[in-house]
Design a binder for this molecule. Structure first.
Ligand SMILES: Nc1nc2c(ncn2[C@@H]2O[C@H](COP(=O)(O)OP(=O)(O)OP(=O)(O)O)[C@@H](O)[C@H]2O)c(=O)[nH]1
Ligand SMILES: [Mg+2]
Length: 244
């Protein structure tokens, strides 16, 4: 099992390379929709949604803001554990959403008691495994920490047909050479898991804009696949799936 090293650069820099892209019209239309604290409250929208998951403080809310060209759509904070429930953001016309982004609570927050962790595991585990509306998962991984045990647990909860975009966040914290090394290491970590899901990996920084356009393209493709995206099989997915 392993990623296609020969295509490392294309894979690393742009998971949706080669597709025409003008802007991020869908993501730019984001607005707050609802907060969900329990599974029973999940809205039965029947519309596609993409979830952002990752450790507490990994930069999920900041990434949503940046991808949507907004400053305070999702609440980003230095205080870990700030996002406590699933926050839904509607895309498209405000009275007629066509898709959703979902900001999830971070895990691995040291101060969270065991019970909070169990509740989170139940909510996230069922959401990621069973949610029919889910079209893709964006996993945020701090480039300085790489993929941890809790990230791996979570990756294994995701239904096998759901594609994953792993963003190595806060890339601005490392020099280029170290970014490259971290990217290689994260790629090896993910390949070693042998996940059935299509996985792409990208350097990312909400602060500097690294990886923003490629991530936007991927997410918009998941939510509203254009004809080209559906008829032209996802070469990058095939390259990164780890088929042996
Ligand atoms: N240098 C740098 N800092 C970042 C970046 N992205 C986020 N941060 C900072 O990291 C901290 C946490 O960011 P959030 O977006 O709130 O993280 P989160 O994953 O939503 O956190 P929880 O809601 O607690 O799970 C904030 O102080 C952000 O300003 C980045 O790309 N570069
Ligand atoms: Mg948050």
């Amino acid at each position: 099992m392993g990623f296609d090293a020969s295509n490392q650069t294309a894979f690393a820099c742009d998971p949706a390379a080669g597709r025409p892209f003008m802007s991020a019209p869908l993501l730019s239309s984001a607005q707050f929709f609802t907060t969900v604290a329990q599974l029973q409250q999940l809205p039965a929208t029947g519309l596609p949604e993409v979830a952002f998951v990752g450790r507490s403080n990994s930069g999920k809310s900041s990434a949503i803001n940046k991808l949507c060209n907004r400053n305070r759509l999702a609440f980003a904070s230095r205080t870990p554990g700030r996002t406590q429930a699933l926050n839904y953001f509607g895309l498209g016309p405000s009275d007629d959403c066509v898709a959703y982004l979902v900001d999830t609570p971070g895990y691995g927050y040291a101060a969270a008691p065991g019970e909070v962790r169990r509740q989170w595991d139940t909510l996230a585990g069922r959401y990621l495994g069973d949610r029919d509306e889910l079209r893709g998962v964006v996993l945020m991984v701090d480039i300085r920490r790489l993929v941890g045990e809790r990230d791996i647990d979570l990756l294994r909860w995701i239904a096998p047909h759901i594609p994953i975009l792993a963003l190595l966040t806060k890339a601005d914290k490392l020099a280029r050479m170290h970014q490259r090394r971290a990217l290689d290491e994260a790629r090896d970590q993910i390949a070693a898991l042998g996940l059935p899901n299509p996985v792409s990996l990208l350097l990312f920084s909400s602060l500097k804009g690294t990886g923003i356009e490629a991530a936007r393209r991927q997410i918009e493709d998941w939510l509203a696949p254009c004809e080209q995206a559906t008829t032209e099989p996802t070469t990058e997915a095939a390259q990164t799936r780890g088929d042996s």
